[in-house]
Write a protein that binds this ligand. Structure first.
Ligand code: ZN
Length: 146
């Protein structure tokens, strides 16, 4: 390596980029290793998730459905423009009942609701956020996974 490159800004910048890359990698790695659920079940009107670290998340099905992360429910951002979906006119009881749950790619679940809605992909991280938010009943911001 030439001596002038070592002292250049570019050299330090490339080191910083590498450090940042390693941190991001470790974060993702740790996240994927610690956040996996061991067991997911529906108990009465709640989705109960037992995580590998023995923590238990208890999320009400109503909150889970209201915070469905799909573009149809949450809207989406295309080229920095936010598109908000129209409000659902009528809530039906079947909206809040789960017919089936599918594991997607080892990082999320896809929920098939009894009214046929199935486009919401709930990542482990999002489920954890929901659990935190439901006590305050606060709406979640959902940035779609790449
Ligand atoms: Zn949805």
């Amino acid at each position: 390596m030439p001596e002038n490159f070592r002292s250049s800004k570019l050299y330090y910048f490339s080191i910083l980029c590498n450090i940042n890359f390693i941190f991001t990698y470790l974060k993702i790695h740790l996240f994927l290793n610690t956040m996996k659920p061991k067991k997911i079940e529906i108990i009465e009107k709640n989705l109960v998730i037992k995580w590998e670290d023995e923590n238990i998340s208890n999320i009400s099905l109503i909150y889970l459905r209201n915070e469905c992360p799909c573009a149809g429910c949450k809207g989406e951002t295309v080229l920095l423009k936010a598109y908000k979906p129209p409000k659902i006119e009528k809530a039906t009881p079947n909206m809040f009942k789960i017919k089936n749950i599918k594991i997607v790619g080892g990082y999320a679940i896809q929920i098939l609701w009894l009214d046929g809605h199935n486009t919401g992909i709930y990542s482990w991280e999002y489920l954890k956020d929901l659990e935190k938010g439901q006590s305050k009943n606060s709406p979640q911001n959902y940035n779609e996974l790449l």
